[in-house]
Ligand binder design. Structure first.
Ligand code: IMP
Ligand code: MG
Length: 210
């Protein structure tokens, strides 16, 4: 849990791309900490879901870094333990955000036929849960396909009064109600090319507004 009064780390202490230096206030979650937490999530997930073939579903675009790193850690576990789980992957794209606000319409684009998930165990992988609407919409779509089990992992969950109360099965970090970017989380497509999770400042919200 990252508390509301978390001060974060000064940008000068880490490597941040020059083109973003004036857009960010603080580093909230350094890349190394994301990796260490992800390693543990991989262990927890395999402990619970091991023994099944897992279909890992990445929610693009924001989930791509977390998905790739989580799967790498799961692969390491598969390489080095007596029990291992077959893993297949798929990618779906959803778009619900404009500027720093969630919109009511959630568009799902791409991916294989979801009906392939019938009878399978799937792990839905997301960057951040805010209101919970995106995940709840995806979950009801998936459940129509009669999967055997669906688990949701989200790197971040935001503490916000806008939350519907939905909580994923696995959570990397619970974060304050601020707009976060980096590690594939974007503001109007910018900041995916930043390794650490940072708080965006108000000038930057104007600068990159659509
Ligand atoms: P929800 O449907 O309100 O839970 O919103 C989830 C989606 O909104 C995420 O998959 C992100 O794409 C986006 N989102 C919510 N909060 C943030 C944020 O702080 N930074 C970047 N994207 C966010
Ligand atoms: Mg986004």
């Amino acid at each position: 849990v990252i508390s509301d009064d978390e001060k974060g780390h000064d940008l000068e202490l880490f490597c941040v791309p020059r083109h973003y230096e004036s857009d960010l206030d603080k580093v909230i979650i350094p890349h190394g900490l994301i990796m260490d937490r992800t390693e543990r999530l991989a262990r927890d997930i395999i402990q619970d879901m091991g023994g099944h073939h897992i279909v890992a579903l990445c929610v693009l675009k924001g989930g791509y870094k977390f998905f790739a790193d989580l799967l790498d850690y799961i692969k390491v576990l598969n390489h080095n333990s007596d029990k291992s789980v077959p893993l297949t992957v798929d990618f779906i794209r959803v778009k619900s955000y404009c500027n720093d606000k969630s919109t009511n319409s959630i568009k799902v684009i791409g991916g294989d036929e979801l009906s392939n998930l019938a009878g399978k165990v799937s792990l839905l992988d997301s960057d951040i849960v805010e209101t919970g609407r995106t995940m709840q919409t995806l979950l009801s779509l998936l459940n129509e396909c009669n999967p055997k089990m669906v688990k949701v992992v989200s790197l971040l969950v935001k503490r916000t009064p806008r939350s519907s109360g939905y909580r994923p099965d696995y959570i990397g970090f619970e974060v304050p109600d601020a707009f976060l970017v980096g590690y594939a989380l974007d503001y109007n497509e910018y900041f995916r090319d930043l390794s650490h999770i940072c708080i965006l400042n108000e000038q930057a919200k104007e600068k990159y507004k659509m």
